[in-house]
Design a protein around this ligand. Structure first.
Ligand code: NOJ
Length: 572
């Protein structure tokens, strides 16, 4: 069901006061769950707003900008991790799951942020990182200190090495960030000891989910944040917690290339689903429709659908869509596939174009297709922005829930020329500069003013943890506000229309309309979306009245010219 401007499905000011009779089962088939059509805005706390001028974004900064998000028209905010962490992987290495890192603020700040968000009608989703902890987590540190035989070692994957002196890793698994997925430890007496598994950086040891203490701990962590009032969790590496018995070899190198296509012994194992069934029971105990969102990379969209079966999580990211080129035929195929795969499990399809791990879509679409999601060249910026605006209108017209990554509403490109010495992405260093360009999409966003950090921090000329390009002065919220041609105003208008149009938002299908090459056109009740992914303008018979257009559309002799790389929304 689509919300309108006077929507009452927004969270109550006090979540605990919400009716507890809305069980998520009741929300399911009837399509009433708020997440079914929610637009969820991803805040990357390091780079959103810095309240104390130390160059690093923080929770008071996010809190102060919540009215901006309410006015933008999103339904919920997903915050990337702000927990106590040595920041070896920008917070995806958690040392204490129940504490806020001092760099981001305090638990009181988190509490205030959640309360303020609810007052404004925004829901809050926090990141949960259950596949691995930080190597500074108390459990891991004690496991190291206590040495072989310590029961705490059972909570991670410690194994003796192969070879005469155990000098070889226990198996051939490679880390997603490059290099072996194992690091050797030193025993308390200083001699070389066992190895431990880390699918990501060595500072991120993988938990052993076969150990009941791990499952108990995470059920308790879920309750901690649910009691704090959060409306849901984005689950990091949701497909990774269970490993194939015996940790078998894969038998080949360059394993990164196999991810997403082949079943790997460390990803998408059937055992993960029992974890989500247990978590769903917890989520359902709480009032107000709390949700779980899977970050699950699987070989097929059908396998992604397993994560959102009625007794598991509520949403899963649609990475197949994110990886699709700006091409009408390819887009139509992935849209159909996505909708078809979610229908049997009655879960909403999600749509996403950018996040903190991939090159921003304004830059992806500025480059040749087929370069993947970590691109180092700026490409044709003007073209990229035109396509990004058109792609956003397409995304927001599709049935289901959509994710917006901070700064895409400003049309920000990736920063492709960051000097090596400022980069912090751990995969950049692990892969010897061959990969790991995620810092380019993590540069602090511009709010106002003519001098860096452009309102990101309180003082002109103050620091920002990654440098912002000078051109970003022209892309700030302040500059774009009130300019009807700006990307920010396009997002604001689109999100307003999405709430007002009864036929937009939730749903499970679109009615495709016949069109020509490079064109897409579909109807949803009294709404039509037409997209031109081609390089030439195309004349079409206007199906109705234009509601919104990503580029200027001109009427000629009763027809409408659909500009190159553009999308038009129509009321019919
Ligand atoms: C996925 C997160 O989005 C990414 O930023 C992180 O590096 C890995 N998971 C490991 O936690």
């Amino acid at each position: 069901m689509t919300q309108n401007l006077a929507d009452t499905s927004r969270p109550a000011a006090t979540p605990s006061a919400e009716t507890s009779t809305e069980s998520s089962a009741a929300n399911g088939a009837a399509g009433r769950g708020w997440w079914r059509d929610a637009v969820i805005y991803q805040v990357y706390p390091r780079s959103f707003a810095d309240s104390n001028g130390d160059g690093m974004g923080d929770l008071p900064g996010v809190r102060s900008r919540l009215p901006y998000l309410r006015d933008l028209g999103v339904d919920a905010v997903w915050l990337s991790p702000f927990y106590a962490s040595p920041q070896a992987d920008a917070g995806y290495d958690v040392a204490d799951y129940r504490a806020v890192d001092p760099m981001f603020g305090t638990l009181l700040d988190a509490d205030g942020l959640i309360r303020d968000a609810h007052e404004l009608g925004l829901r809050i989703i926090v990141d949960l990182v259950p596949n691995h902890s930080s190597d500074q987590h108390e459990w891991f540190q004690r496991a190291l200190r206590e040495g072989p035989g310590s029961p705490l070692r059972e909570r991670y994957h410690f194994r003796p090495g192969k070879g005469e002196d155990g000098e070889l890793p226990p198996n051939d698994w490679e880390s997603i960030f490059g290099g072996p997925a194992w690091t050797r430890t030193e025993d308390p007496d200083g001699t070389p000891g066992d190895w431990y598994l880390h699918l990501f950086a060595p500072e991120q040891p993988d938990f052993n989910w076969e150990n009941p203490a791990v499952a108990d701990e995470f059920r308790s962590i879920l309750r901690f944040w649910l009691d704090m009032g959060v409306d849901g969790f984005r689950i990091d590496v949701a497909h990774g917690m269970v490993k194939a018995p015996g940790l078998p070899d894969i038998g080949g190198h360059d394993q990164l290339k196999l991810l997403g296509n082949d079943v790997m012994p460390f990803f998408d194992q059937d055992g993960v689903h029992a974890i989500y069934r247990a978590w769903r029971e917890i989520l359902d105990e709480y009032p107000g429709q709390r949700i779980g969102v899977a970050e699950a990379w699987t070989p097929t969209v059908q396998r992604t659908a397993n994560y959102v079966r009625p007794d598991e999580l509520h949403q899963a990211f649609n990475f197949q869509y994110l990886g699709t080129s700006w091409d009408a035929a390819e887009l139509r195929e992935v849209i159909d596939l996505s909708l078809d795969s979610m229908r049997p499990v009655d879960a909403p399809t999600t749509w996403v174009l950018s996040n903190h791990d991939v090159t921003r879509h304004a830059t992806r679409f500025a480059n040749e297709p087929g370069l993947g999601t970590q691109i180092r060249t700026p490409g044709d910026r003007e073209l990229g922005l035109r396509r990004a605006r058109a792609a956003t209108l397409l995304m927001l017209a599709l049935p289901g829930s959509a994710y917006v990554y901070q700064g895409e509403e400003l049309g920000l490109p990736d920063v492709t020329d960051l000097p090596d010495e400022v980069r912090q992405d751990p995969s950049f260093f692990r892969a010897e500069g061959q990969d790991g360009f995620r810092d380019g999409c993590r540069v602090p966003i511009p709010w106002s003013g003519t001098e860096a950090p452009y309102g990101f921090g309180p003082t002109a000329g103050g620091p920002s943890w990654l440098p912002q390009p000078a051109e970003w002065a022209e892309l700030s919220v302040e500059v774009q506000t009130g300019d009807p041609t700006s990307t920010l105003e396009l997002y604001r208008s689109a999100l307003t229309i999405r709430r007002e149009q009864a036929d937009l938002g939730a749903g499970g299908s679109v009615e495709w309309l016949e069109t020509g090459e490079h064109l897409l056109s579909f109807r949803r009740g009294s709404f039509v979306c037409t997209v031109n992914t081609g390089a030439e303008p195309v004349r079409i018979a206007a199906p109705g009245r234009i509601l919104l257009s990503s580029a200027e559309a001109v009427a000629v002799d009763g027809e409408t010219v659909l500009p190159a790389d553009s999308t038009i929304w129509w009321a019919v």
